[in-house]
Structure formats: C-alpha cells, structure tokens
Design a protein around this ligand. Sequence first.
Ligand code: PMP
Length: 301
Amino acid sequence: MTASLHPSKPSAAKGPGVPTVWLDGEWHERGTAVVSVYDHGLLYGDGVFEGIRVYGGKIFRLSEHLDRLYDSAHAIWLTIPMAKAELVAITEEAVRRSGIAEAYIRHIVTRGVGDLGLDPRKCPKPTVIIIVDTIKLWPEEVYETGLKVVTAGTPIPQREALSPRVKSLNYLAHILAKVEGIQAGADEVIMLDSSGYVAEGSGQNIFVVKQRQIRTPPAYAGILKGVTRDAVIELAREHGYHVEESILNRYDVYTADEAFFTGTASEVVAIRQVDGRLIGSGNSGPVTRDLRARYQALVRS
Ligand code: PMP
C-alpha cells in the first residue's frame, strides 16, 4: 500500500504493539520488509541513519533527530527525497500504526539501488526506511550499579576521513571497539580519537563529574553530537550545575568522582569502573542519579 501524503492525525500509541516498517512508501511487518542486494547501503555502507525513542506514545526530540539526519545526508551528498514535514508525518503515522507506546524508531536513508561500482550517480533513488520497534541495551540493575568499561584500542575514524558528525551506515570502527569490550568481559568501551583524547562510547557520549563540575568532550573533538548529550547539558545547566565542553584525557576519567554515558538507547547510565580503576564510589553517584531522574522526567513530560 502506498503511504498517503497526508497520513491520518497520529493518536498516541498505547500498548505493546507490533513492529512496523515503512519502506519507500509501503507499510510492512518485520518479516516482509526487504531491500535489494544491489542497495549501496548494503554494498558500501553508503547511507545515514537515526535512532529515536518514543515514551508513552510521544516521540522525544523528533525534530532535532531529523535535522541531524538531513545534515548527515547533505554532508555525504545524498538528497533525502522528501521534505522534513512529510518525514515527520510518516514517522508519526508509523508510531501510531505500531501501537508501541515505548518504542525505538530507526530511520535509514541509503544511496539506493545501483550497480556493483561505487558511483553514487548510478543510484537514481535513495531508499528510505522507518522501523518502529523496541530496544533494550542493558538490564534494569545496570542503571543502579553502573557499567564496567574498558578503553578500546580501535580509535574513532579520523575526522577528515569520515566525520563523526555524520551518523553514517559505516559503524565498523565502533563495532570493532565493542568487540574488544566483549572480549575483555566489559559492558561497554571508551573510544579515543587518533590523538588519544577521550571521544565517546560505542554508541554513547561520555561525561565526567569532579567536585560537582561536569565535563564532556566538545563536538569538534571528533564525536557524534548526541541529542541526549545536548538535552543533559541543558538540564544540568538549568539546575545549577557547571558544565564545560572540554577535551578529556583518560586520566580525567580515571580520577573523576563520577562518569556516565548518554544516548538515545542508553539514556543516562553510570560508569562504575574503567580499565580496572573504580570511578568514585564504584556505582551510580549522586549527580548521575539526579541527572538520570531529571532526564526520565523530561522524556515523559
Ligand atoms: N555517539 C555515537 C557513536 C552514537 O552512535 C550515538 C547514538 N546515536 C551517540 C553518541 C549518542 O547520540 P544520541 O544521544 O543522539 O543518541
């Protein structure tokens, strides 16, 4: 069925629901949503994506996520074949159809179907996909105890090779870092940039707290500028914390009173140990707990 350009007004999703996929104008259930093996998203990782949460049927910061999707696409010379307002409407319709109240939305835009060469001009039409499903990265107790983390040897891609600001379908460096974490028996990893500065987790931004002062790497440090990161910085400043965006070394993480990750899927999650060093008291500290509670309130407000 082809999607209407003017989908029905969304009403809030209420129940556990059914994973729902919109693929180039057609509605699917999980099993029938398939793409061509000639799609350059598959052949070359040529494309961009977003991950967005739905809380109580309401989409959190859809506009900010879609702005990042359009910027990521523009940066790789890919034109998303619809206006943002239309993508907003289809996304809302997808959430409504799924009936999933606590959902995770994945937008994917690939270069589209082409031939076996790299040339993007041979892909006449980008493939646009919206998946509405659920996500759970960590068991609930992790939010109490915090994560055991190691530093990965795999650095984030060098800024001028593949800008970390582009949320592209090339996640192999982050996946290889994640594999190192798994091999080391850790829950998550810290990735450094090619100069050795602390960059981010495999799918999270990182913050440290020292004497109630909060620090996180600046966007130019070679990180993805997280929507959750920005929301947490805003929340922290509104509630009187001093937040500084500055370059971090591993020393700053090892000697922090608290450290935590932020991300759409991870939300706000404490780090209890890094490379065998306990962080502060070795579980979720007071600032992390406070910001996590405020973030939970914000996403449901
Ligand atoms: N860094 C990376 C590499 C990520 O994949 C993500 C998740 N999108 C983040 C940071 C956090 O970004 P956000 O808060 O927008 O989910």
